[in-house]
Design a protein around this ligand. Structure first.
Ligand SMILES: [Zn+2]
Length: 218
């Protein structure tokens, strides 16, 4: 896989610190599954976090601190470990492991919801701030111009698109903040399927954008 678009340093630092919303952490884990370059960068951000912890001044703990930490070990975390294949459940062979652990069916058999001409969506309903969804865009179709109230991460799972920022193919990520306005256009003859995670709703601009806002701006 030839990956040419990666995460910002700030995104990987937040991932190492465990401060990303659940969907964004899932998306980072999926890209890391495919990208040795970002896996290596994450080792560095983990090490930086470790050094920062080492340099913190010690402070006194309450008497029940140990029990409180131990009880939290049983709570579900936001780590997305590599999922083991489950029985005879049919899965896409070519998806990153953290995503195959979440989806019940192969991409082509998911219950896509049509939200406009040539655009289908599946909300992964992970909860928390923002939204995490799969977007499936037909060839030659572009998503309406939009900016982001917060940050948006996109991972290309199939196909490709291009926009004002370049060409994005399978494995690439777009790491965008709220100031970027873009209009991705699918530029091959196959559907482009992306995993998209935001920490705030999208903001569409233009007439077409305002028409689809109620459906896509989660
Ligand atoms: Zn990468």
């Amino acid at each position: 896989m030839n990956i040419s678009h990666h995460f910002d340093d700030a995104t990987l630092m937040a991932y190492s610190a465990g401060t990303l919303p659940q969907g964004m952490a899932l998306l980072v884990a999926c890209h890391l599954h495919w990208c040795p370059h970002c896996r290596q960068r994450t080792e560095h951000t983990n090490a930086i976090g470790g050094v920062l912890l080492d340099n913190l001044a010690p402070s006194a703990l309450s008497e029940d601190a140990l029990n409180a930490v131990l009880s939290r070990l049983d709570e579900p975390g936001q780590e997305f470990a590599a999922a083991e294949p489950q029985g005879t459940r049919q899965q896409d062979d070519d998806l990153p492991a953290p995503l195959t652990g979440l989806l019940e069916q192969p991409l082509d058999q998911l219950p896509w919801r049509r939200i406009g001409y040539g655009v289908r969506q599946l909300d992964l309903e992970l909860g928390g701030p923002g939204a995490t969804r799969l977007l499936r865009i037909s060839p030659g179709v572009s998503v309406p111009h939009h900016t982001h109230g917060g940050n948006e991460l996109t991972l290309i799972l199939r196909g490709s698109y291009n926009d004002e920022l370049g060409r994005f193919c399978r494995g690439d990520v777009a790491d965008l903040d709220g100031d970027v306005e873009h209009q991705p256009l699918v530029d091959t003859d196959e559907d482009c399927i992306c995993l998209i995670a935001t920490d705030a709703p999208l903001k569409f601009s233009g007439l077409m954008g305002r028409l689809v806002q109620p459906f896509i701006g989660l």
